[in-house]
Design a protein around this ligand. Structure first.
Ligand code: GTP
Length: 257
């Protein structure tokens, strides 16, 4: 599924494993427990997508679907100022970068569906270089009934989002929260029972929320986790790389190795 082009993450080992970064034209999922850094990662990617090419960016606009009001413009600017001080010193850069990121906060599933249809129009204008959905399970949980109609509607959303990536050939990054760490720590007798049908990094709660088709729609899955006080980002699903893990930190400059 090579559509040409990547959004570099600025995490060197990860970019190498991904042959350049987050690929265009497909879905990339970030999975991990609350507070591990999924939103921080998405804000860094948004910054990188909006930066001029000489700074390693895509010089584009970003649409950020912020379901749980986690996106912070102030934090985003801090990451920019700390990561690219020379650029952000220049007059008007903060306003320019802030103006390139459109944050949408759909309050219901039907508002989300409407947003997706409007997004399709914007994407065709070719200015948008990244779409973030933070988080998919959170917005899905705000709608749908049960049973067959649920599966049907969920299927529609999954296909629609996938087709947005294919038509626009931009990276689409989607977060999802799991309830617990994949690896328990601190107790030598504790262990994690992972059901064999759960995709790597998922828990049964997430599988129940999104259905198994979601996992197949995703081309790249990055699992964020903490072990012995160190955060790791693991390439849990990738067509071109074995499951490698890279340590990372969250500093004032955002996600870094
Ligand atoms: P949920 O949204 O709760 O699912 O978690 P998440 O995975 O999106 O976590 P998020 O990206 O919000 O990361 C939270 C972590 O980022 C915190 O535990 C902090 O360690 C770190 N963090 C958040 N804001 C800042 C900041 O302004 N400065 C620094 N240095 N770290 C921050």
């Amino acid at each position: 599924e090579e559509h040409g082009g990547h959004l570099p993450t600025d995490l060197k080992g990860l970019d190498e494993a991904l042959c350049g970064g987050i690929p265009f034209g497909v879905l990339t999922e970030l999975v991990g427990p609350a507070g591990i850094g999924k939103t921080q990662f998405c804000m860094k990617l948004s910054l990188l997508a909006s930066l001029p090419a000489v700074y390693g960016g895509l010089n584009g606009h970003v649409i950020y679907i912020d379901v749980e009001s986690k996106f912070s413009s102030r934090r985003m600017i801090e990451i920019g100022v700390k990561s690219f001080p020379d650029l952000f010193k220049m007059t008007g850069v903060i306003q320019e970068m802030a103006g390139r990121i459109l944050v949408l906060r759909p309050t219901s599933l039907s508002k989300f569906t409407e947003s997706l249809q409007q997004i399709k129009e914007s994407l065709l204008q070719r200015q948008v270089k990244l779409l973030v959905i933070d988080s998919m399970a959170a917005i899905i949980s705000r709608g749908y009934g049960h049973g067959a109609s649920r599966q049907h509607l969920l299927g529609w959303h999954i296909s629609f989002i996938k087709s947005l990536a294919e038509i626009s050939r931009i990276p689409i990054v989607v977060t999802n929260q799991v309830r617990s760490q994949t690896h328990e720590e601190g107790c030598q007798y504790s262990f994690q029972v992972q059901r064999t049908e759960d995709p790597a990094g998922y828990d049964s709660h997430l599988v129940a929320a999104l259905g198994i088709n979601w996992a197949h729609a995703v081309t790249i899955r990055l699992v964020l986790e903490a072990k012995s006080g160190q955060r790791f980002i693991k390439l849990a699903k990738s067509p071109m790389s074995p499951p490698l893990a890279f340590p990372f930190n969250i500093t004032s400059a955002g996600i870094s190795l």
